[in-house]
Design a protein around this ligand. Structure first.
Ligand code: MG
Length: 228
């Protein structure tokens, strides 16, 4: 029996373009003003210092404040997963979500599937390369309302990369479940392969534009509802 249903976000519960077409442009647009207005905020001080350290290590350059801002913007463009950038983006998105500038996109089949899972006394978990904080924002301020009360576990890359088998073993260890009791949904075959090698059941989500693979695929969670 499946005790934990584990979900990837981008391309699985959420349109793959949401992050790149909504969240990234918003953070890019607000970055300069946010940093200039929060320069004395401890998290911003640390993020700026961390970015300067990285640039010093990589390019042996000392950056002024505006150069740090320009660097962050170039990292957004490259989709660089730097901790300092993630921190600042998280803070900016907090503001955007709470002001209602946008909502976390969820496909309409997600909430009914979550309800079905909970009705069987199973649990719901998220595993995404976006930070746990960013995950909670997507599900907390979503197009389907606040779904965070339905979710019991959140994992990000602190447990390791999504294409590494050990990350899935770590998730099982952290939840105290047998790995066979966890089922993972993702659009990316390499992630499914790692989860399957670790011992999880896996299903590929074939949202618009996703290519099928050797793994069992569904176009909507509705296809999975009757199985559980
Ligand atoms: Mg994905």
């Amino acid at each position: 029996m499946i005790k934990l249903f584990l979900f990837d976000i981008e391309g699985t519960t959420t349109d793959i373009h949401f992050v790149h077409k909504v969240l990234f442009p918003y953070s890019n647009q607000c970055l300069e003003e946010y940093i200039l207005h929060h320069q004395t905020h401890p998290q911003i001080i640390k993020a700026i210092a961390d970015a300067r350290t990285t640039v010093w290590e990589e390019e042996q350059k000392q950056l002024g404040l505006y150069e740090v801002i320009a660097k962050f913007k170039s990292w957004i463009k490259q989709d660089r997963k730097h901790g300092a950038l993630k921190t600042i983006q998280g803070l900016i998105w907090d503001v955007g979500y709470s002001k209602g500038e946008f909502k976390g996109h969820l496909y309409p089949d997600v909430k009914p599937f979550f309800e079905k899972i909970l009705s069987t006394k199973s649990m719901i978990g998220i595993y995404s390369s976006g930070s746990v904080h960013a995950q909670k924002l997507i599900f907390g301020f979503s197009t389907e309302g606040d779904l965070t009360p339905m979710i019991s576990h959140y994992f990000d890359t602190k447990v390791g990369g999504k294409r590494e088998r050990s990350s899935y073993e770590k998730i099982a260890e952290l939840t105290g479940l047998k790995i066979q009791e966890i089922h993972f949904f993702s659009d990316i075959p390499e992630e499914l392969k790692a989860a399957k090698e670790a011992g999880m059941g896996v299903t590929q989500l074939l949202r618009e534009g996703t290519k099928s693979s050797e793994f069992e695929g569904i176009t909507s969670f509705t296809d999975f509802m009757d199985i559980i």
